[in-house]
Ligand binder design. Structure first.
Ligand SMILES: C[S@@+](CC[C@H](N)C(=O)[O-])C[C@H]1O[C@@H](n2cnc3c(N)ncnc32)[C@H](O)[C@@H]1O
Length: 251
């Protein structure tokens, strides 16, 4: 992939690699009713540099397997988990979410923030279900329409970029069709996009230029793409967000 190394370097210094917040992670954990006497076994799939894994490990009795296919992100997660004093609760794993090396019925919880789109929502909820124990919980955040009707520009953009984009109702129906019961749902608010994700990314523009002075044209392309995405978000934020779906395996 073109300039993947720079994309990694743009994101690796960030707490999160997608929209979300510690508050959102803990709200989802609360809606999933994740209190337990014995340590919960959790898989965080597409964990990036570990924002959710570290928040969950800091707040729950759990053992987390944190999976991402980028070794650079997993290395960063290790050092952050160490720094947060939760490394003993986290097993980092470099693996492809499409070919996970897990046993069936092995997790109480599958967690995935802003990452299932890489294989598609329906494939993810269908293929990952076997790794959950009976009545295990699934928490996924996913690009979701907030309204039934949208302006053409945003409608066409997301239908082209991610044809599985749909309303929460349609996502919930898919969860039910695949043997889950919905326990909760909320859309991410604007702060989870701007304050938690886009603003820190914009703050990185200067330092990445200083880190790679011989790659300025490629960096500028990345910045331009990012700024286009931010402008689109700001223009149409009442129509689209990430939805957080909290569900339970019931068959
Ligand atoms: C938008 S980021 C979200 C990261 C993190 N969950 C967060 O919210 O900060 C998506 C993550 O999925 C990872 N990813 C993409 N495709 C993957 C795959 N096939 N297998 C495993 N991880 C993948 C990326 O490396 C990236 O870290």
């Amino acid at each position: 992939m073109k300039d993947l190394d720079l994309l990694i370097q743009l994101h690796i210094t960030q707490t999160r690699q997608g929209p979300g917040s510690q508050q959102d992670t803990l709200l989802a954990a609360q809606l999933a009713n994740l209190g337990a006497n014995t340590a919960l076994k959790i898989a965080d799939i597409g964990c990036g540099t570990g924002a959710a894994s570290i928040d969950l490990a800091s707040n729950l009795n759990c053992d987390i397997t944190s999976v991402d296919f980028l070794p650079e992100f997993i290395q960063q997660l290790k050092s952050r988990a160490n720094h947060a004093g939760v490394n003993h609760k986290i097993t980092p794993l470099v693996a492809d979410m499409a070919e996970l090396p897990f046993e069936n019925d092995s997790f109480d919880v599958i967690w995935s923030e802003g990452a299932v789109y890489n294989i598609g929502f329906e494939t993810g909820i269908r293929d990952w279900k076997k790794y959950l124990k009976p009545y295990g919980k699934l928490i996924v955040s996913e690009l979701t329409w907030l309204t039934d009707e949208r302006p053409d520009e945003i409608n066409e953009h997301w239908n082209r970029e991610y044809p599985e984009v749909a309303t929460a109702g349609e996502k919930i129906r898919l969860l039910e069709q695949h043997g889950y019961k919905l326990l909760g749902y909320f859309p991410l608010d604007e702060a989870s996009w701007i304050e938690q994700y886009y603003a820190p990314l914009q703050a990185r523009y200067q330092s990445i230029k200083a880190d790679y002075p011989h790659r300025l044209p490629a960096i500028q392309r990345l910045i331009d793409e990012n700024e286009q995405e931010i402008a689109l978000y700001n223009k149409y934020k009442q129509f689209v967000s990430y939805g957080v779906f909290i569900a339970q395996k019931v068959d």
